[in-house]
Design a protein around this ligand. Structure first.
Ligand SMILES: [Zn+2]
Ligand SMILES: [Zn+2]
Length: 435
């Protein structure tokens, strides 16, 4: 059965540019996900799950990325980029003229926050919704937003998941008569007078879900914004090696300031004047890391952060970018400290037990506290009990990454939700892949 599904998927993928999703195929596809989730096998087979849902259409009109400083189109309005405070999550509203694009939509619990924010800006239509990747903190409220607004086009990487969050998202897209469009690198589209160019993902198979993140460069006059989703150092080095024009006025720091992103080489290439981090206060992931904050500080880059500044609005007139608040601090979480990250999990009723702990401390995570937290109180949410995690029948750990190297010797890899993991005999977060 696994083989059959794989073959079907290969077939679909092989012809993906010509296939249109109709109701039946989408429904069939959703069923396949559900089945895959149930049998666990397909979804955890490397290289296979990456591609499935898909989205089918790959092309927009190509516009050459003319972002080099002297070939800019003159502009006479404003570009506004709103980094909406959605706690430990991302949701970025980009507005130019009467056009709007939303990049990510926060956690499931953020649906009212994001909708109210868009309402307040007088938005009735999103020309584009971009889900950078499958994680709940990026597409959690995407279904709600897509159902609440007129949406022109939805971009999503060639990635799939068996989570309810993902299925809800796909259902909402389909319900609106839309489809998921996989953008190609260097493809550009217009948002008013701004030009949005896709810079990643450059590969088609990654071990880490975050590296599938769609990375966008929004250019407006002489200013630009690099929106990186949760892209990590692998994707970053692909962008660098490809020689893409990464230089940007503002960098949305990758993966909430995790140490696995914002590698020095990448940061040097982007060479931003300003940085923004979307991160939740007291989150249990240990974000942002002091490593990353130090890299930004060393380059004297002012950092605006949603945990300290709330929603951050950057306004460009085409030459200069101004911010709605003063910059935040360079205070991060030391990666070798068992302090902040862990304590925050045990004192605040947060859901995800993914403390950044040194190896020796792994077994001391605050298990009981987590299990008693009702999901509905997880706002501002820092995680998701329905997140799919992986385990082996005899292993004590659960893993965020089904390709985690510590799982590689196991023949049987099973999956269940984080909520189930916490209550099971597989309740230790893997210290390799769960930070
Ligand atoms: Zn994220
Ligand atoms: Zn992610």
């Amino acid at each position: 059965m696994k083989e059959t599904i794989k073959m079907m998927l290969r077939t679909v993928l092989g012809f993906r540019t010509s296939i249109k999703w109709n109701k039946a195929s989408m429904a069939a596809c959703i069923s396949v996900f559900v089945i895959m989730g149930a049998v666990t096998g397909c979804a955890s087979t490397k290289g296979n799950d990456k591609a499935t849902i898909a989205p089918v259409e790959t092309k927009d009109t190509k516009v050459k990325d003319n972002t080099s400083k002297d070939t800019k189109v003159p502009v006479n309005g404003e570009l506004k980029v709103h980094f909406i405070d959605v706690g430990q999550a991302d949701s970025i509203l980009v507005q130019q003229g009467s056009s709007a694009m939303l990049v990510d939509a926060g956690n499931n619990a953020d649906n009212q926050t994001v909708k109210n924010y868009l309402d307040k800006q007088g938005i009735s239509e999103l020309k584009y919704f971009v889900g950078t990747h499958k994680d709940e903190d990026h597409i959690g409220s995407a279904d709600y937003i897509i159902n609440s607004f007129k949406v022109g086009k939805v971009y999503f990487p060639k990635q799939t998941a068996t989570t309810k969050t993902f299925e809800d998202f796909v259902r909402a897209v389909k319900g609106k008569g839309l489809k998921l469009t996989v953008p190609s690198v260097e493809e550009s589209f217009k948002l008013g007078d701004a030009t949005v160019t896709v810079l990643a993902p450059n590969g088609s198979s990654y071990e880490d879900a975050n590296d599938y993140s769609i990375v966008l460069k929004v250019v407006y006059g002489n200013t630009s914004f690099l929106l990186t989703g949760d892209a990590e150092s692998i994707s970053e080095s692909e962008m660098v090696n490809k020689g893409l024009d990464l230089g940007s006025t503002v960098l949305k720091v990758g993966h909430h300031g995790s140490r696995s992103s914002t590698s020095q080489n990448f940061l040097n290439k982007v060479n931003p004047k300003y940085a923004v981090i979307s991160v939740g206060t007291g989150n249990s992931y240990g974000h942002p890391t002091q490593d990353v904050m130090n890299r930004l500080k060393a380059k004297n880059i002012p950092v605006y952060r949603t945990d300290e500044n709330g929603t951050v609005v950057a306004t460009s007139d085409g030459n200069q970018v101004k911010f709605s608040t003063n910059p935040g601090s360079y205070k991060g979480i030391a990666s070798n400290s068992s302090g902040n990250a862990k304590n925050s999990t045990s004192t605040k009723t947060q859901v995800v037990p993914a403390p950044v702990t040194p190896k020796t401390n792994v077994t001391t995570k605050p298990k009981t506290n987590v299990t008693t937290t009702p999901k509905s109180t997880a706002k501002p949410s820092t995680g998701n009990k329905s997140k799919v995690v992986y385990y082996t029948p005899k292993g004590k750990s659960y893993h965020y990454d089904k390709n985690c190297k510590t799982l590689s010797r196991s023949k049987t890899i099973l999956q269940f939700t984080l909520g189930e993991a916490i209550n099971s005999t597989h309740s230790d977060p893997c210290d390799v892949c769960t930070y």
